[in-house]
Ligand binder design. Structure first.
Ligand SMILES: [Zn+2]
Ligand SMILES: [Zn+2]
Length: 290
C-alpha cells in the first residue's frame, strides 16, 4: 500500500497534528473547517484527519457508521468518499492560507476483517492510513464504557499478550502507513490492573517493532492519553526508546483530537522528549565506536 500512495510524512513533525477526528467520527465534534481554522491559529503547518474506520461486523450495533452533517449513516464506500471530498475541498481552501491538509483514516484492525479491509481501502483515495488495534474479542479496550468488560475476564498478562499478538498481525498485513498508540491498553488498563501493566510489554513489543522496521511502517506518538490523566504519551518513553534504538521511524505526532480544543495538545512536548532520546542514542553509539 505504501508504494502505491507514496506517502509523504510531515517535514516539520512538531508543527503537524496527524491524528484528528472531525465530526465524521461518531465520538467527535468540530467540523473539518473549524479544525483547519484552529490549526492556523495554533501555527500548525499541517493537519491530517483520521476519521475512524471501524468495520467489524461483529460490532454492528456500535461501529460500522460514520456521521455526515450530524446524521449517523453506514460506513459505506459512498459515505466515506463524501468525507474524503470534504477534506479535499478544505485542503484547496486552506493550502492558500499556508496550511497543508491531508485526508486519512484510522482503521481498526482485527485479523478476521483483514481481507475485507484490503478490498475496501483499495478503492479510497487517501493520503494516510493509520492502523490501530482497539478491540480484543470484539470488545473495545480503548473505550471507557467497554474496557472493563474485557479486563474482568482476563488477567493483565493475557490482555497485554493478546493485544501484541493482534498488533503484530496488523503490522504483518502491510495495510498501514503507521501504527497508532502502540500501548493503548494502558489507557484504561492502568486504572483497572495497576502499575505493573506498564512493564508487561517487555519481550512482547520488540517483535512488533522489528516487523515495523522490516516493513517500513512508521510509529505514531499519540498524546491523547495525557488527557486521561496519564503522565506519559503512547507509546511510553521506555517503548519509544527501544523503538528508536531498533530503528523504528517516528513518522508522526498526533493529539487524537476528538474536540477542537484538543488539537495540537502535547505535541511540542512529546516532540522534545523524542528528540532528546534520539540525541542520547546517537551519543551512546558514538561512544561505542570510539
Ligand atoms: Zn485509536
Ligand atoms: Zn483516534
Amino acid at each position: 500500500m505504501n508504494e502505491k500512495r507514496r506517502i509523504i510524512f510531515p517535514y516539520q513533525l512538531h508543527k503537524a497534528d496527524w491524528h484528528v477526528h472531525p465530526d465524521y467520527s461518531l465520538d467527535a465534534s468540530g467540523t473539518v473547517n473549524q479544525y483547519c481554522q484552529k490549526a492556523l491559529e495554533l501555527d500548525l503547518k499541517e493537519i491530517c484527519f483520521t476519521t475512524h474506520y471501524d468495520s467489524d461486523p461483529f460490532r454492528k450495533d456500535e461501529d460500522p457508521y460514520i456521521k455526515i452533517e450530524g446524521e449517523i449513516v453506514p460506513l459505506s464506500e459512498e459515505n466515506v468518499k463524501r468525507y474524503i471530498a470534504d477534506v479535499r475541498r478544505a485542503s484547496e481552501e486552506f493550502n492558500l492560507r499556508g496550511l497543508s491538509v491531508k485526508v486519512g483514516l484510522e482503521v481498526d484492525y482485527a485479523p478476521h476483517i483483514e481481507e475485507q479491509l484490503r478490498f475496501d481501502l483499495a478503492s479510497l483515495d487517501l493520503d494516510y492510513i493509520l492502523g490501530a488495534v482497539h478491540c480484543l474479542d470484539h470488545i473495545a479496550i480503548s473505550a471507557s464504557n467497554e474496557a472493563e468488560r474485557y479486563f474482568k475476564k482476563k488477567s493483565m498478562e493475557e490482555t497485554v499478550e493478546a493485544y501484541y499478538e493482534v498488533l503484530k498481525q496488523a503490522v504483518e498485513s502491510k495495510l498501514f502507513d503507521a501504527m497508532a498508540h502502540l500501548d493503548i491498553y494502558k489507557k484504561y488498563g492502568l486504572g483497572f490492573y495497576g502499575e505493573d501493566i506498564l512493564t508487561l510489554h517487555r519481550g512482547l513489543v520488540e517483535p512488533v517493532l522489528e516487523l515495523m522496521v522490516i516493513n517500513d511502517i512508521g510509529m505514531e506518538i499519540n498524546t491523547g492519553v495525557l488527557r486521561k490523566g496519564h503522565t506519559e504519551f503512547c507509546p511510553s518513553v521506555e517503548i519509544l526508546n527501544v523503538a528508536l534504538e531498533m530503528g523504528v521511524r517516528v513518522a508522526v505526532f498526533g493529539s487524537d483530537a476528538h474536540k477542537i480544543e484538543h488539537l495540537g495538545k502535547g505535541i511540542q512536548e512529546a516532540y522534545h522528549v523524542a528528540e532528546s532520546l534520539k540525541r542520547e542514542i546517537e551519543m551512546k553509539r558514538k561512544t561505542v565506536i570510539r
